[in-house]
Design a protein around this ligand. Structure first.
Ligand code: ARG
Length: 278
């Protein structure tokens, strides 16, 4: 870390994860998925367990949801909901292959004492496309979520929503192209956005780290930050260096099997944001 990098403080988080018990790549709904190439299910489970252990070792709480047979992508819990101030907005998937996950996640929230659980009217794939930066919500659209979901977000959470059009099909969810590190800092892949999106990001964040092609292409931006530790693909060495240089602590994990479905560390992690007392 360079001596002029600011001190970055971690805050404890609560996450929801889903073990990849039924994980496989049996259909293709994003350019990463190749149904004809084999997936090592045991290795996927070991990588997922290591990710969970990593979150816990950083002091975070991890709850789990029971996986459902026939829903191989359910491991990507980030797509299960958006939770802000203890309020839950459910999801509605673009493709029928994942549609049944929406109800499974809703019923988890309903049975875990969340008082406000809203069903989605428009297509929105949860935290895959919806990120929180301080008081602002960032809503990606173009490949998966509908732009109209932004109004629903503003209604459910009472916060400002900035819509960002995604421009590169490889980065089909916002969380593959942008990672919020803290309220004023993010890392992102500029070519995944249009001019308006890049300008919006520059207005929201004081500090933006730009990912190079080689780091974006291993889904290095699909990372989980607690304000200090940034859990990211171990292959994303350039981003790890950039983070360390700015006072963050990169925590590398290997998600190679889950990457075959187009997912990384963040996709497997849904943040449960409770109401914070001001
Ligand atoms: N195969 C899954 C899909 O295409 C991957 C989801 C990745 N999740 C994410 N939050 N980016 O829907």
């Amino acid at each position: 870390m360079s001596s002029d990098a600011p001190y970055r403080a971690a805050t404890p988080r609560s996450y929801l994860m889903c073990p990849p018990e039924y994980f496989e790549v049996s259909y293709a709904i994003n350019p990463w998925m190749r149904p004809d190439s084999p997936v090592d299910a045991d290795l996927a489970m070991r990588q997922w367990s290591a990710l969970r252990a990593t979150h816990e070792s950083l002091g975070h709480t991890v709850a789990t949801i029971k996986p459902v047979p026939g829903l191989p992508d359910m491991v990507f819990a980030a797509n299960g909901a958006t939770v802000v101030d203890g309020i839950v907005l459910g999801v509605r998937f673009r493709y029928p292959e994942r549609a049944a996950e929406a109800a499974a996640y809703l019923s988890w929230f309903r049975s875990h004492g969340y008082p406000a659980v809203h069903e989605a009217r428009h297509v929105n794939e949860g935290e895959g496309d919806i990120l929180v930066a301080g008081d602002t919500l960032l809503a990606g659209y173009g490949f998966r979520s509908d732009v109209e979901a932004a109004d629903e977000l503003a209604e459910a959470f009472g916060r400002r929503v900035i819509s960002l059009r995604l421009a590169d099909p490889r980065f089909y969810h916002l969380d593959t192209a942008l990672c919020v590190l803290d309220a004023t800092t993010a890392m992102y892949y500029p070519p995944a956005f249009d001019d308006a999106g890049r300008a919006a990001l520059a207005s929201v964040f004081d500090e933006l780290i730009e990912a190079k092609d080689e780091d974006a292409e291993v889904l290095g931006l699909n990372a989980v930050s607690d304000g200090r530790h940034v859990v990211l693909a171990r292959q994303a060495t350039g981003l790890a260096r950039a983070l360390a240089g700015r006072g963050f602590e990169p925590v590398p994990v290997d998600m190679s099997e889950l990457l075959k479905a187009g997912g990384g560390a963040k996709c497997c992690t849904l943040e449960l944001r409770e109401k914070t007392t001001p």
